[in-house]
Write a protein that binds this ligand. Structure first.
Ligand code: CTP
Ligand code: MG
Length: 223
């Protein structure tokens, strides 16, 4: 394999409601992080996996993942971007392609991981999986009055894994200032073109309780 995957998993999961850090919440009896890592490890190109876990859970996460796949576990940071940076610093020498994948996207198909990696291998410096936006989108002001309707045909909803040529991601994080919610955003600031490839509905991010319920149903249906 020529691919390293960084798995930011250090978030609290505030939008999911009170409980353990989100990556450790159970989905069909197993933590979200276990589902996510199992699917990553099933992608043939994946050479190494680095997880950024909550600092208080390092040993628990190492024990949890030991039977699933060989992984390196490091402490994450206060923002997602800091967690990704910590994981990036722990990538071993070798892989030329680095993917960044949310632990919260627990049901991501291995085929999507391969598709993103393949696009980087084929020559794109930065690759993101996207879906069309299905709802009408309005821009509003502070009083919730509509300012206008956005042209949805030019919008994409962005998922992970996002894939990068290793040097490009390293350079983007080296100059990162304000924290962003995705890594392609950092690369855009360098002026590097970012390629979109088709995403997967199964790569949904478990964010709110509804998403967890949906993921449970998908797993029960054999996804
Ligand atoms: N993440 C991280 N370190 C942080 C914040 C987020 O590693 N300081 C990770 C989360 O664990 C998750 C991914 O980034 O796998 C996407 O973040 P998000 O869905 O926002 O998760 P949380 O930040 O945990 O959720 P919330 O924003 O509702 O608290
Ligand atoms: Mg968050």
């Amino acid at each position: 394999g020529d691919v390293a995957v960084l798995v930011p998993a250090a978030g609290a999961g505030v939008r999911l409601g009170p409980g353990r850090p989100k990556a450790l919440r159970l989905l069909a009896g197993e933590p979200l992080l276990v589902h996510a890592v199992r699917r990553l490890a099933a992608a043939g190109s994946v050479h190494s996996i680095v997880v950024a876990a909550p600092a208080a859970e390092l040993d628990a996460v190492r024990r949890l993942l030991a039977p699933v796949a060989p992984v390196t576990v490091v402490a994450g940071g206060a923002e997602r971007q800091a967690s990704v940076a910590a994981a990036l610093a722990a990538v071993p020498a070798g892989p030329d392609i680095v993917l960044v994948h949310d632990a919260a996207r627990a049901l991501t198909p291995p085929a999507l991981v391969e598709a993103v990696a393949a696009a980087v291998r084929a020559g794109d410096d930065a690759v993101i999986p996207v879906l069309p936006v299905v709802d009408t989108v309005k821009e509003v002001d502070a009083a919730e009055l509509v300012l206008g309707t956005v042209d949805r045909s030019a919008l994409r909803a962005v998922q992970t894994p996002q894939g990068f040529r290793r040097e490009v991601l390293t350079a983007a994080h080296a100059v990162a200032a304000d924290p962003l919610t995705d890594d392609a955003g950092l690369v855009e600031k360098l002026g590097v073109p970012v390629r979109c490839v088709p995403g997967s509905e199964y790569a949904l991010k478990v964010t709110r309780p509804f998403d967890l319920a949906l993921a449970e149903h998908l797993l029960a249906a054999g996804v």
